[in-house]
Design a binder for this molecule. Structure first.
Ligand code: HSE
Length: 436
């Protein structure tokens, strides 16, 4: 028998407790021993009672767990960074293995946490910190370890993917779709980190750390969200054969890596374009494996519990085998935001509808070396119009410079919007003969 404790009694913790109960026999068969849930740290004991826990299992004080020599694995599911960091560190210093779903913590303090684990010869597992129920941390760390990973493209936030799906399929407004995502429980307590890209930035920081063997922290990842998108953009993209997605991107560059989150247009034929509702997916390009895509539920009680309990079982097996993983002293390589590789851009401008406006707009683009591929104008009444523009492949710097200059023109109203088109990164959707 192995005795464990769970810190927290929220959505994921309740999934873990239910899963251990439901599949306990199967888990015991695989491990050759029983996992016994000795304690659950619950700030609201009533919640724990509702999960069918006995009084002696419910505890209100983390110390009781952290100092209990019989508990050999602590499962941290309280979230946040302060208490969680203290508890995880104390548990590892007390010789306990730790399983966590805490993306905030792993994305900001990976190096310290793994050093503490190494120092104490304990295991720290965090599969559930990215992509909920999708196996992604372990595949990158083990199954794909022989590859040089060239790029990762992820749809890593269910809330924004749900919003974009509803706006595209049902013509819903951004505000209505966000409200529905919150009602369905996809969004974080404060949805800002979902819609402004912070949640996806934390997840891609973790994946790029593992894929590129260098510490990438949340603070290193530039991010931009979807709150500037309108129904006009969505409808125009749809007519043009594209869909909007919030993409988390990590790719190798000369001597370093580019890691960023931003809305992107994908051709409808791209495999990631088909990932809808609150689903997540990760599209990886490795030099040996080629392109692979992992898809599934990125959040939710039972899908996330699937990853947590899977980690728990691996920790039990590996600790018995004395496998404590490699040392994590990773060399630091430069991490930057989006580089200068040219991309096609979609740009929406609200402008006055009078002579010479188009000529002035075209002149500014020309001055920054941005060549226009197509332009559609739609009337907006009151002498106003909206311009929807596709550029030819241009660098981020040139487009940003042109946008700043355009916003300074009297004939351009506030709220200019630009978005990058990720067209050339997948080969599978172009059906090349050898897939590479
Ligand atoms: N708020 C997150 C999402 C939940 O929408 O994907 C999982 O991290």
């Amino acid at each position: 028998m192995i005795q464990i404790a769970v810190l927290g009694c929220g959505t994921v913790a309740s999934g873990v407790i239910r899963l251990l109960r439901k599949n306990g026999d199967n888990i015991e068969k695989q491990l050759g021993k029983k996992i016994v849930l000795k304690k659950v740290l619950a700030r609201t004991p009533e919640k724990a009672r509702k999960l069918g826990l006995r009084e002696d299992q419910i505890c209100g004080n983390a110390e009781e767990i952290l100092t209990d020599p019989e508990i050999s694995v602590v499962v941290e599911l309280i979230g946040g960074t302060d208490d969680a960091y203290r508890y995880i560190t104390a548990a590892m210093n007390a010789g306990k293995h730790v399983v966590t779903a805490n993306k905030d913590l792993i994305a900001s303090r990976y190096r310290e946490l793994t050093e503490t684990a190494d120092k104490n010869r304990v295991l720290l597992a965090f599969e559930a910190s990215v992509g909920g129920g999708i196996p992604i941390v372990d595949p990158i760390r083990r199954t794909l370890a022989a590859n040089e990973i060239r790029s990762i493209y992820g749809i890593l936030n269910g809330t924004t993917n749900y919003i974009l799906t509803r706006m595209t399929r049902d013509g819903m407004s951004y505000e209505d779709a966000l409200r529905q995502a919150q009602e369905l429980g996809y969004a974080e307590a404060d949805p800002t980190s979902d819609v402004e890209g912070g949640d996806a930035a934390r997840k891609i920081a973790i994946l790029s750390t593992l894929a590129f063997h260098t510490p990438v922290a949340y603070e290193d990842v530039s991010h931009e969200g979807i709150s500037g998108l309108t129904k006009t953009d969505i409808a125009f993209a749809d007519r043009s054969g594209y869909v909007f997605k919030l993409l988390a991107v990590a790719q190798k560059s000369d001597g370093g890596c580019e890691v960023y989150v931003r809305p992107a247009l994908l051709p409808k034929t791209h495999p990631l374009a088909a990932v809808s509702d609150a689903f997540n997916a990760v599209f990886i390009n490795g030099d040996a494996v080629g392109e692979i895509m992992l898809y599934g539920r990125g959040a939710g009680s039972m899908p996330t519990a699937s990853s947590v309990v899977g980690d728990l079982m691996s920790v039990v097996k590996e600790s018995e085998a004395g496998r404590f993983g490699p040392s994590h002293k990773l060399p630091r390589i430069p991490v930057s935001g989006i580089g200068e590789t040219p991309h096609v851009y979609y740009i929406r401008l609200a402008v006055e509808d009078r002579p010479l406006v188009l000529a002035n707009v075209a002149r500014v683009f020309g001055e920054y070396g941005v060549s226009l591929a197509s332009l559609v104008q739609e009337e907006r009444g009151n002498d106003g119009a909206e311009l929807m523009i596709f550029t030819h492949a241009s660098s981020e710097n040139s487009v940003s410079g042109a946008m700043r200059a355009l916003e300074g023109l009297d004939c351009v109203y506030n709220g200019a919007y630009r978005i990058c088109l990720e067209e050339t990164k997948s080969t599978t959707h172009r059906l090349s003969p050898d897939g590479l």
